[in-house]
Design a binder for this molecule. Sequence first.
Ligand SMILES: Cc1ncc(CO)c(N)n1
Length: 217
Amino acid sequence: MQDWYKLARQRTDHILEAIKQQPFIKELMNGTLPSDIFQFYIHQDAMYLAAYKKVLASVGVKCEYEDDTQFFLDSATGIIHVENALHQIFLKENQLVHEPSPTCELYTSYLSRIVANHSLEEALAAVLPCFTIYKEIGDYIQANQTNKENNPFQDWIDTYGGEEFASSVNNAIAITNKYAANASEEVLAKMETAFTKASKLEWMFWNSAYTKEAWKI
Ligand SMILES: Cc1ncc(CO)c(N)n1
């Protein structure tokens, strides 16, 4: 499988299209997303990223080649910078929420489990939508918005639509493709399942922010 990502991207296109149609994304793009919803999202995302950082470091440890290990360790460190930058702008201290929503818990637990107990190939496929979907959504918003001068969420949009993130995303894709090139049919099927599931969890994460998802009891 030479270009594994291309096929996985095609097969999950409906999920990406559904994300673009979400009110969270539409209102983020036109700048009308209510601030309580964005605050809820930023808080949940802070908890998500804290877990994701550890997941990326573990993926790095599992990699066979030194450059790949370095890439994932650098990405984990990069998250600290992104977190700090975005949170300094957006995080309002007086509204701190410490409990992860069910979806945040589900997504981070899922990734941790795959990385801890499954193959490197599956782990790479599971962490990839976090890179690629944010890149696609950042680019989509930048290409379609008409309010770059006065969108209150522009710093967030530019973080993921920017060039720096693009090179990191391309590297993550290239590494995943490299391991997929030598994977058996059985492993490839598991990779696709993991990529699809993580893509759905990205959809759920934005949806859960928009509805300010809470524990049912
Ligand atoms: C839920 C989620 N997925 C991906 C990213 C991109 O790093 C993020 N910040 N949050």
